[in-house]
Design a protein around this ligand. Structure first.
Ligand code: MLT
Length: 309
């Protein structure tokens, strides 16, 4: 078997494949003729989020049987083209859920307590105690859009801060929500009912631009929005407008329509916190997603077992 690891993965991930006698593993830093050439006789391809696996790339890989995504979102892989070519696409739901949930909570606290501004002014030699008064999370309502593994991890942590939690997800029952301390509401009730809104849905035609001028107008004045899911969920022009008018008091954005972020209207807005798609980037999560995808790909190649496809 020939496995191509097109992006950096942990040594433990590599070890899963390397332990198989006769298996050849090519890592991202050892592709002298580039990725398409390496795929010419590859059985499996493993990627994170940077490599775009489109139909043209798959065309160069006539033997490819499986694409493993070390992470959750598979929007960098043309799944339709893969299916047409008989290639299985797998991901690792859950393996980085805690990492994403922890950053989400961190960003909520950073918005509430103006941590980036406090840090920036201190490094500039200023003592701005008066202008840096914040607000508490306790007693506020957190709206969670999407109650999958990440949304539920966020809810579990948010309870410890005394937040009221409402959530919306057409695939989750009121009983599951209740068990996690969440009141299940409609999407309209969610948007209208929270002081903090956090997004944890995948990118689909139904969720693209779900935060837009209309839904923003339906939110409470002073709402704060956190997005650690996908940039395309937000109509950026509408959010920038709402941030400038003060209708939205703050936003913390880890993901963007185009990454890396360049020439964005968000940069320079002092009520916006920007991070470079790091929600899933902890040592623990990268280890977990890497090992999990390696095991899944190995089981598929050896035994035909399909997991998380
Ligand atoms: C994911 O889809 O798993 C997250 O966005 C993390 C990542 O891709 O880096």
């Amino acid at each position: 078997m020939k496995i191509v690891l097109a992006e950096k993965v942990s040594p433990a991930t590599l070890a899963v494949f390397a332990a198989e006698p006769g298996w050849e593993v090519l890592t991202h830093d050892k592709l002298p003729d580039g990725l398409p050439a390496a795929l010419a006789d590859a059985d499996a391809l493993v990627v994170r989020s940077a490599v775009q696996v489109d139909d043209a790339l798959m065309e160069k890989a006539p033997k490819l049987r499986v694409i493993g995504r070390a992470g959750v979102g598979v929007d960098n892989i043309d799944a339709e083209a893969a299916t047409r070519r008989g290639i299985v696409v797998m991901n690792t739901p859950g393996a980085n859920a805690v990492a994403v949930a922890e950053l989400t909570i961190g960003l909520m606290l950073a918005l509430a307590r103006k941590v980036p501004a406090a840090n920036g002014t201190m490094h500039a030699g200023k003592w701005e105690k008066k202008s840096l008064q914040g607000s508490e999370l306790r007693g506020k309502t957190l709206g969670i859009l999407g109650l999958g593994r990440i949304g539920l991890e966020v809810a579990r942590r948010a309870r410890g801060f005394g937040l009221e939690i409402i959530g919306s997800d057409p695939f989750v029952s009121a009983a599951v929500a209740r068990e996690n301390g969440i009141r299940l509401v409609t999407i309209d009730e969610l948007f209208a009912g929270c002081e903090y809104l956090t997004l944890h849905v995948g990118l689909t035609p139904q969720t693209a631009d779900i935060i837009n001028a209309k839904t923003l107008a339906a939110m409470k004045k002073g709402v704060r929005i956190i997005n650690c899911a996908r940039g395309e969920l937000i109509d950026d022009a509408a959010l920038v407008e709402a941030l400038k008018s003060g209708h939205v008091a703050g936003a913390a954005l880890d993901v963007f329509r185009e990454e890396p972020l360049k020439n964005s209207a968000y940069t320079g807005l002092d009520n916006v916190i920007l991070t470079p798609h790091i929600a899933g980037s902890t040592g623990e999560a990268q280890e977990a997603v890497g090992i999990q995808i390696a095991r899944q790909v190995r089981e598929y190649l050896k035994l035909g077992v399909v997991q998380n496809a």
